[in-house]
Design a protein around this ligand. Structure first.
Ligand SMILES: C[S@@+](CC[C@H](N)C(=O)[O-])C[C@H]1O[C@@H](n2cnc3c(N)ncnc32)[C@H](O)[C@@H]1O
Length: 216
């Protein structure tokens, strides 16, 4: 284990496991190698939800619904979550899991490519957004995310540091990851320099950003 991994596992050791069905959904996802949010990242998401108390949440990247279901435990009774998933099989599993936990009235799954689905969402209507889909595409989602986000919305993006690989030189990274890393760097540059937003980059989990939308 390197230094960062040791720090991560130390931090994780303080985080309690989920209970009941949610924990089963997480274990099943891990068993089937479905990517899910890391422990420290979900804890961070929880604190942000409790601070912001959002009414309308948008998630990009549902997988099997774990993070949506997790978030649904920390929102107000009338708040809603909309979540987008490209993979049909995963989206169907998410719907099943949402049903198992009786959250059909809280979480709406939209099947499709976020690049297209985002364009159909209304302007300035989400006050909390969680971006957790294809890492190389965050930059493509960006303008639509800003359009769909309300003023003062909190936008959290996950996996922005790619286990630290994003720090490596373009030429030392495996070829297939180069484009993803270049595009992620482009995204990080954009959200830290765009005057319409204010962003912090955090080394939680696999790297997260917190962006606040200041203006259109
Ligand atoms: C890291 S997983 C999401 C994990 C989930 N948020 C959780 O923590 O439980 C990323 C998901 O994004 C989906 N995805 C990838 N590209 C997408 C796109 N263009 N539109 C919608 N979903 C996409 C993948 O199929 C995958 O299930």
């Amino acid at each position: 284990m390197n230094g960062m991994e040791r720090i991560s596992s130390f931090i994780d050791s303080y985080i309690e496991d989920d209970e009941g069905l949610l924990n089963e959904i997480l274990s099943e996802a891990i068993k089937n190698r479905v990517p899910v949010i890391r422990k420290a990242s979900k804890e961070f998401l929880r604190t942000q939800l409790l601070i912001k108390e959002p009414e309308n949440i948008l998630e990009i990247g549902t997988a099997v619904g774990y993070s949506s279901l997790y978030m649904s435990n920390y929102i107000k009774p009338n708040s809603k979550i909309t979540t987008i998933e490209l993979d049909e099989e995963r989206a169907n599993l998410a719907l099943e899991n949402i049903k198992k936990l009786g959250k059909e009235e809280v979480i709406r799954v939209i099947k499709g490519d976020a690049c297209k689905v985002l364009k159909t969402l209304p302007d300035a209507s989400y006050d909390f957004l969680f971006v957790d889909a294809a890492k190389g595409q965050y930059i493509n989602y960006y303008e639509e995310i800003i359009r769909a986000a309300a003023k003062n919305a909190v936008i959290i993006s996950d996996n922005v540091l790619q286990d630290g690989e994003i720090l490596e030189s373009h030429y030392t990274v495996e070829k297939r990851n180069r484009t993803i890393h270049d595009r992620m760097r482009e995204y990080l540059y954009k959200i830290t320099h765009d005057k319409r937003v204010c962003t912090s980059i955090l080394s939680i989990g696999d790297g997260m950003t917190v962006t606040i939308k200041l203006s259109d």
